[in-house]
Design a protein around this ligand. Structure first.
Ligand code: ADP
Ligand code: MG
Length: 244
């Protein structure tokens, strides 16, 4: 049963900005412990879909369910507290705070944490820092780090919350080959531990290798979904995304 457990279900989700149908009737189901990928040309609605799933934009239409509970009207921090973590296409970290403090923002639990919980939170921060290759950089400020390392801080902050679902919007943008391999290796490890993920990236080959299941978007709509190799070969995807 665990293998087919539905973690997130989005049904007929639409997000319109005035006349712009950024997302228009997308239905997806994310099952536990798998890496799902979203491919699509610039402007096809990938980031807006993630914004909808994390309640950062209101839905024009449709419904959202996480672990069987509707959440289409809850606040972003509520769905985050239930176990949905994300990273942003444009890094959102606090420039004036250290790497450690930025990552700790992900590990902080709401309300009055006792001593034992604070100690567990610090351990989650240290683990996240090690796993993202940030060990030794805890006391640095993000603006002293390369862009690739700033991205790692965001990923570390997201995994420090020990989420049930991790949504990543182009986490390896601006990284070199080795850094990208490090990140996809980490995502694979996290999947091995049962973490469900939704990954947006442009590199088709990398997505085929990293993902268990791909969705392809164009003009706000899903144009294909399924086994990665099949999705990439799909004529509509070839035309829309690969320009062939
Ligand atoms: P992608 O991530 O696939 O590149 P986006 O989701 O960022 O695409 O954008 C999809 C479409 O929605 C684009 O036409 C974009 O200009 C538009 N869009 C995105 N966010 C907003 C916004 N806040 N207000 C108005 N239009 C937006
Ligand atoms: Mg985007």
């Amino acid at each position: 049963a665990a293998a087919t457990e539905c973690v997130l279900r989005a049904a007929d989700v639409a997000v319109h900005f005035g006349g712009v149908k950024a997302v228009d009737g997308v239905s997806i189901e994310l099952t536990a412990g798998r890496i799902f990928g979203v491919l699509g040309p610039n402007g096809s609605g990938k980031s807006t879909l993630l914004a909808a799933l994390t309640r950062l934009v209101p839905l024009t239409r449709g419904s959202l369910e996480f672990e069987g509970r509707r959440y289409d009207t809850v606040r972003p921090h509520t769905i985050a507290a239930r176990g949905v973590a994300r990273t942003f296409q444009t890094v959102r970290i606090l420039p004036g705070r250290t790497v450690f403090d930025n990552v700790a923002l992900g590990a902080e639990s709401a309300g009055s944490a006792g001593k034992a919980e604070r100690s567990r939170a610090r351990q989650r921060v240290r683990t996240a820092i090690e796993r993202t290759g940030l060990a030794g950089k805890e006391r640095h400020r993000p603006d002293e780090l390369s862009y690739g390392y700033q991205r790692r801080v965001e990923i570390a902050r997201a995994i420090a919350s020990e989420p049930t679902l991790l949504l990543l919007d182009e986490p390896t943008a601006g990284m070199n080959r080795q850094e990208r391999d490090d990140i996809t290796g980490l995502l694979g490890d996290l999947r091995g531990e049962g973490l469900t993920q939704l990954l947006i990236e442009h590199d088709v080959q990398m997505m085929v290798e990293a993902c268990d299941h791909l969705f392809a978007m164009n003009f706000g709509e899903l144009i294909a979904g399924g086994e990665p190799e099949a999705v990439v070969r799909h004529p509509a995807v070839q035309e829309a995304y690969l320009g062939t």
